[in-house]
Design a protein around this ligand. Structure first.
Ligand code: APR
Ligand code: PHB
Length: 394
């Protein structure tokens, strides 16, 4: 027997996209249910990005989830680009007329969203298996899922596919409706989290002949470092010692001398990939976040692009339910994609400028070097970088 119930908005995926939308809608009295495949502990064990755009931080506050972020997160008004043994600062504050980013880990942000959902009695169903959307092009789409041996059905007005890159939502859209764009880079990032004081209070993006490196942080006692590695490398091949040694070789001497090393708490390799699926709406299914697009992490756009989708969807659904105005829903895909592609462009540009590309000709290498020289010598170019890094307007 199947147990049936109704809600306005059925949300697939309890990552940051799904939870943030759920919380924002609930605050406006719009009923919703989140179906998450994994347990909460599993979702909270994933170490992901940590740089939030100003507009995203504002959305967290609007969702009444900004308190711990404002207390423990760090406002960063600049970052460094290291090259040829030196580092140059990009002054985000100066080049954006006072804007900045918030450094606060996605894991912490997700925890805050879960706590807020609990406090309000929001419904997040974990370990929901075989989630399947039905009748997407009708006015009465529905979802089915399984908990153990029990089957459930939820009738909805709208379904939101916020179930990440490997989720079921995008796969429910017929192939002839969807166009997928993809770029796979020939390398990955090996990341290490360590309970050590960060080498720099601000992030350092380093370009060297040995490959890219990034010094990032979660707090003043928790560091996150990355190095570019070939796709053939496996995490088991990298001892902590080998990682620290290689990282030091990719940093300017004065930075390497300051680096405090320690045991890794987490170590993983993530391949670099760009992906966009168009359109982001099919009937009454709306895709959001990683379900529709992926960027390489270089420009810190992944989580932020998810947040901008949620911003547009939240406003569109509010206009529908509170004002009877469907224009936001009608224009969602087009509006979201316009911003998504700008984030794709920026991530591609940062990735191209900072990494070693094994297949590059000497001509390509000279162009890459010139791109960096131009950036660091031009206020206009730095302003363009800063404008994108702090986040384009919604
Ligand atoms: N049914 C239900 N839930 C699912 C299914 C499914 N078939 N498939 C995946 N999920 C869940 C995943 O377990 C995950 O918790 O959907 C969630 C999707 O979360 P994320 O992958 O974190 O995606 P999203 O919420 O869009 O977050 C934005 O941007 O670049 C990234 O690192 C950034 O993960 C972040 C993402
Ligand atoms: C991170 O801290 O994990 C991080 C920061 C900036 C990036 C990518 C990752 O561009």
């Amino acid at each position: 027997m199947t147990t049936s119930r109704k809600t306005k908005v059925g949300i697939i995926g309890g990552g940051p996209s799904g939870l943030l939308l759920s919380q924002l809608l609930h605050l406006k009295g719009i009923d919703n249910i989140v179906l998450e495949k994994h347990s909460r502990d599993y979702v909270l064990s994933r170490i992901r990005a940590g740089v939030l755009e100003h507009g995203f931080a504002a959305l967290m506050r609007e969702a009444q989830c900004g308190e711990r972020m404002d207390r423990e997160g760090e406002i960063h008004e600049g970052f460094f680009i290291a090259h040829d043994g030196v580092k140059d600062r990009i002054d985000l504050h100066k080049y954006t007329g006072g804007n900045s980013v918030m450094v606060y880990g996605q894991t912490e942000l997700t925890r805050d969203l879960y706590e807020a959902r609990d406090k309000m009695g929001g419904e997040v169903i974990h370990e929901a298996l075989d989630v399947t959307p039905h009748d997407l092009t009708s006015n009465a789409p529905w979802l089915t899922y399984r908990l153990g041996d029990d089957l459930y059905r939820i009738d909805c007005d709208y379904i939101i596919g916020a179930d990440g890159f490997h989720g079921v939502s995008r796969k429910s859209i017929p192939k002839d409706v969807l166009t997928e764009y993809e770029k796979v880079y020939p390398f990955g990032w090996l990341g290490v989290l360590s309970r050590t004081k960060p080498v720099s209070p601000e992030l350092i993006y380093a370009k060297t002949e040995r490959g890219f490196a990034l010094c990032s942080l979660r707090s003043q006692v928790l560091s996150r470092y990355y190095i570019q590695v070939p796709l053939t490398d496996r995490v088991e091949d990298w001892s902590d010692e080998a990682f620290w040694e290689e990282l030091k070789k990719r940093l300017p001497q004065e930075v390497a001398d300051q680096l405090i090393t320690g045991p890794s708490i987490e170590k993983s390799i993530a391949p670099l990939r760009s992906f966009v699926a168009e359109p982001m709406r099919y009937g009454n299914l709306f895709l959001a976040g990683d379900a529709a697009h992926i960027v390489p992490p270089t420009g810190a756009r992944g989580l932020n692009s998810a947040a901008s989708d949620i911003y547009y969807l939240y406003h569109a659904l509010m206009d529908h339910y509170l004002k009877g105005d469907d224009s936001g829903l009608e224009s969602y895909s087009q509006k979201a994609l316009a911003r998504v592609w700008k984030a794709q462009r920026f991530s591609w540009w940062m990735t191209s400028m900072l990494h070693s590309f094994p297949e590059n000709s000497t001509y390509d290498q000279r162009l890459q070097q010139t791109e960096m020289e131009y950036l660091l010598s031009s206020d206009a170019a730095k302003a363009a970088l800063a404008e994108n890094y702090v986040g384009l307007p919604f």
